[in-house]
Ligand binder design. Structure first.
Ligand SMILES: *[C@@H]1O[C@H](CO)[C@@H](O)[C@H](O)[C@H]1NC(C)=O
Ligand SMILES: *[C@@H]1O[C@H](CO)[C@@H](O)[C@H](O)[C@H]1NC(C)=O
Length: 471
């Protein structure tokens, strides 16, 4: 979201898995100043990589079975390693004041309002590797926000981004993304908005990781805006207006690493709004994330990315709003498995705020660029509110919406298929005469524009060609 450049540094969880076997008690310092804390417990036996590897290599008859396999095995592993701790928590004298949620996708447990006594008891348990305080990820301002007055008439080229990525050429073939489900992890979505109310998939379509509100809401606007760009049906704002949407709220007044992990898990096998009755057959095809941390090379979300990719769910992330210097990309967008999206202006130049690569490993980032400056879409307020915002979180949904058009052609695309047709179909942007890591922005791929500006028609042609070659 516009939202998210972030101060919090989210190191520790995944790295700690490889660290010393004795428990780290530094969490106790938190209680010198606080009565209670929101914590995440990680376990010594946390190696779930083999489950994801088998999910990739085994032959399943369809994607749902592969996702079911991931869910069954990750859940079983978490239940087995966490059993005693979960039992202790449900019997504990503070059980009524704490909120316990299992994060099986990373083999962790989240506890809200844990007090020192409980944490001391937990630290005695042999199977626990680490107890860390939940990281609050503060929201940052969008690079610009203009909320339009009620009755504002959009100009003919107001939704210029849709034209720039050539979505209308694909619509002309009868493909507006029907049959495809997309998701975002953002500030929520205003379900009643005129642009979005008719293509919300109600069945297991919403989870609110912070406040557990039952129906989609959005107090901030960014989630409604990004969803509008993907699938909005009014005023020409949506790339794939016939696709359906579901959403997980990771940010209400702030975001947290816990909420992002719970959302990442929810999206794999969506549940109802109370985390009951997971349905792996209801997984979305793509997930757009407008958030990131200001640090680079941060692996805190890697296991979730790996699981999504094993499930053929394409992960889109805003590359960050801290350009124009090189090496300013943010995590998780800068991770190898994420598709990190930078922002261009309507003149096909890199937007001044768009973060630039390479990533810490020297790899190309962003992966691609898309319209992200002065983007008109749905907004919170009334059910006919619209706003024009700028930020790379507005670029990522253009690409995710485009991907819904590709899944309409072939629902069985893998994430590597998606990357290959996006990269292959991308077109050059205007040079600003910049270079990073020795690569000028006229040579592709480069660290300013990645593989270039995405094109719906060129990528769709590549998907058609892949299908013909398979026959
Ligand atoms: C999966 O299917 C492919 C192609 O049909 C086959 O070559 C491969 O041996 C199968 N793998 C397993 C583990 O059954
Ligand atoms: C996708 O996979 C399903 C299940 O394996 C299969 O029935 C369908 O024909 C496939 N579609 C395409 C376009 O390959």
């Amino acid at each position: 979201m516009k939202v998210q450049i972030i101060a919090a540094i989210l190191v520790g969880i995944a790295c700690a898995v490889l660290a010393a076997p004795s428990v780290d008690t530094s969490i106790l310092k938190v209680f010198e100043t606080k009565e209670s804390a929101n914590i995440i417990i990680s376990f010594k036996n946390a190696n779930t990589a083999s489950i994801r590897r088998s999910a990739r290599s085994l032959n399943f008859t369809d994607r749902t079975q592969r996702i079911q396999y991931l869910y069954d095995n990750l859940k079983r592993h978490a239940d087995e390693t966490q059993g005693n701790v979960l039992g202790l928590l449900s019997n504990h004298q503070t059980a009524s004041s704490i909120r316990v949620r299992q994060i099986w996708i990373t083999n962790e447990v989240s506890i809200k309002n844990a007090n020192k006594g409980l944490v001391e008891e937990l630290l005695k348990r042999d199977e626990i590797l680490k107890i860390a305080e939940e990281k609050i990820i503060p929201l940052s301002k969008p690079t610009s926000t203009v909320v339009h007055p009620e009755g504002y008439q959009p100009k003919a080229d107001e939704a210029w981004g849709i034209v720039t990525i050539d979505a209308p050429a694909v619509w002309a073939t009868g493909n507006k993304g029907q049959g495809v489900v997309i998701a975002n992890i953002d500030s929520g979505v205003q379900r009643t908005h005129e642009a979005l109310r008719d293509n919300y998939r109600e069945l297991h379509g919403w989870y609110d990781a912070e406040e557990e509100v039952d129906e989609p809401v959005d107090q901030l606007g960014s989630g409604t805006h990004t969803m509008g760009t993907m699938v909005g049906r009014t005023n020409g704002i949506g790339v794939a207006p016939e696709a359906q949407w579901i959403a997980c709220r990771g940010c209400s007044f702030f975001c947290s690493d816990t909420a992002f992990k719970l959302c990442g898990q929810w999206a794999l096998c969506p549940t109802d709004s109370k985390l009951q009755n997971p349905r792996c057959d209801l997984a979305p095809h793509t997930i757009t994330n407008g958030w990131g941390v200001s640090s680079q090379g941060d692996d805190f979300y890697d296991e979730i990315l790996e699981t999504w990719v094993a499930a053929d769910i394409a992960p889109f992330f805003a590359i960050g709003n801290t350009g124009t210097r090189c090496n300013t990309v943010s995590s998780p967008a800068d991770r190898d498995l994420a598709i990190g999206v930078g922002a261009i202006t309507s003149f096909n130049y890199l937007a001044a705020f768009s973060s630039v690569g390479p990533n810490v490993d020297g790899a190309i980032k962003p992966d691609v660029v898309a319209p992200g400056n002065a983007i008109y879409s749905a907004f919170t307020g009334s059910d006919s509110s619209y706003a024009t915002l700028s930020g790379t979180s507005l670029a990522a949904p253009h690409v995710a919406g485009l991907t819904a058009l590709l899944y309409n052609i072939n629902a069985n695309l893998t994430v590597s298929d998606i990357k290959s047709v996006l990269y292959g179909g991308a077109t050059p942007a205007e040079s600003l005469g910049r270079e990073c890591a020795g690569i000028p922005d006229t040579e592709y791929p480069n660290h300013n524009y990645g593989y270039g500006i995405v094109s719906a028609s060129a990528s769709a042609e590549r998907v058609e060609k892949m299908l013909r070659q398979k026959i």
